[in-house]
Design a protein around this ligand. Structure first.
Ligand SMILES: [Zn+2]
Ligand SMILES: [Zn+2]
Length: 204
């Protein structure tokens, strides 16, 4: 496995900026791969269920190979910095979450207040500098902090996850475009895509 700093720098290129959330995703994916002894998921052996749709998800996708497009990244957005991984080959599963005391507002309240001022657009030059320093500190904590201090790592029962299905598409009676059958809406024996079925609904 590559050095975590190198992985993070590469993930920054993919994600578009450097941030603590991305650092969480990268570290969590590294921990999960170690625990589940999986390489980068080339197929669907490794599955991730993310409990957030924020920055961390990109770190997960980049390092674990669990991606939205392959269907082995499932997002249940509960607004939590927590990610469960399941290795289909071994049946083993683990949940990795940021510990409450390692959350940014708890770990670095002053830096957090400065970041809030930046987000609100009211930051003084001192607060801008403090927010930037806090961001760098938290990236370091999430990438290099002692695992037992920063993350809770719990083996969990294997979740039931259906394999991504490949199906023959149906043609929407509204727009004529192909639609996955599982996403099509049936009305009066005809198939519609969701946008057409909703537009149709508005006309009624
Ligand atoms: Zn980000
Ligand atoms: Zn349509």
């Amino acid at each position: 496995m590559k050095d975590i700093d190198q992985m993070f720098q590469e993930a920054v290129v993919f994600h578009g900026h450097s941030c603590p959330g991305l650092a969480i995703g990268v570290r969590v994916a590294v921990i999960a791969r170690e625990v589940l002894t999986a390489g980068r998921a080339e197929d669907e052996d490794l599955v991730c269920i993310a409990e957030t749709d924020a920055c961390g998800v990109d770190g997960i996708q980049f390092v674990s190979g669990c991606t939205a497009g392959k269907g082995n990244l499932i997002i249940h957005n509960y607004g939590k910095q927590a990610f469960s991984f399941f290795n289909r080959a071994t049946g083993k599963a683990v949940r990795v979450a940021v510990r409450p005391e390692a959350a940014m507002d708890a770990r670095d309240p002053e830096g957090w207040a400065a970041r809030m001022a930046v987000f609100a657009g009211t930051a003084t030059p001192e607060q801008l500098a403090a927010a930037e320093a806090s961001k760098e500190r938290m990236i370091d904590v999430y990438l290099h902090g002692p695992q037992e201090e920063v993350y809770s790592v719990t083996m969990i029962p294997a979740p039931e996850i259906p394999k991504a299905k490949v199906q023959v598409s149906v043609i929407c009676a509204g727009c004529g475009e192909p639609v996955m059958p599982a996403r099509a809406v049936e009305r009066d024996g005809k198939h519609f895509c969701v946008p057409c079925s909703e537009a149709d609904h508005l006309k009624e």
